[in-house]
Write a protein that binds this ligand. Structure first.
Ligand code: URA
Length: 209
């Protein structure tokens, strides 16, 4: 898989535009994020290993394709990651779920860890780490460090928007972790927000501002 995949599907781009609008209400924002997360999940799971199994249709027996290996692990960076997680869980209901609690120190922009709980046997699973905004890349790089320490070897990073700075940071720290996103925006501003962006994803999905 390429290091950066931008999902330019018309439905993804249309929904993203609606999410960017500052007057999109919280409930609509959340619903759009859920829908986009499923379209992005389609892309990020494209290379899941497959096998076949014998099934009987009403007409005959066949060797039918099915997912192989251990269940996928979805890991959300709290709290905004949960907006992507909810939709993907609907699509892959048997996935195992983990959480990484990181908040961004607003002065240093460095991530501070406060929670870490992930499924067992990470080394045998594809791990999809989710966070809507890849801004400085500090939180995602730190979350990948933690996942690797916990044994993960096959990690994908899924986000809604990425800044060039975040992509570069991830490429430098974790060149083995492909990124899937709906858009690569222009820049980070001095407060570490993506521009044009959509504002604070957590605040917009939970109505906290
Ligand atoms: N986190 C957000 O929610 N938005 C940004 O623009 C950057 C980081």
């Amino acid at each position: 898989m390429k290091h950066l995949t931008i999902v330019d599907h018309p439905l993804v781009q249309h929904k993203l535009t609606l999410m960017r609008k500052k007057d999109t209400p919280t409930a609509v924002f959340r619903q759009l994020l859920r829908e986009i997360s499923q379209l992005l999940a389609y892309e990020v799971t494209r290379e899941l290993p497959m096998t076949t199994r014998t099934v009987e249709t009403p007409l005959c027996e066949m060797e039918a394709p099915t997912l192989a290996g251990k269940k996928l692990a979805l890991v959300s960076i709290l709290r905004a990651g949960n907006g992507l997680l909810d939709g993907i869980m609907e699509l892959v209901p048997s996935a195992r779920i983990g959480f990484v609690g990181l908040y961004r120190d607003e002065e240093t922009l460095q991530p501070v860890q406060y929670y870490f709980k992930v499924p067992a046997d990470l080394e045998d699973r594809m791990v999809i780490l989710v966070d809507p905004m890849l801004a400085t890349g500090n939180s995602s790089a730190a979350a990948v460090d933690l996942l690797k320490k916990a044994g993960a070897t096959k990690i994908r990073f899924l986000c809604l928007l990425a800044a060039p700075e975040g992509v570069a940071r991830m490429k430098e720290a974790h060149p083995d972790v492909p990124i899937v996103t709906a858009a690569l925006d222009e820049r980070l501003n001095e407060k570490g927000y993506i521009e044009p962006g959509l504002g604070d994803a957590g605040d917009r999905m939970y109505g906290t501002k």
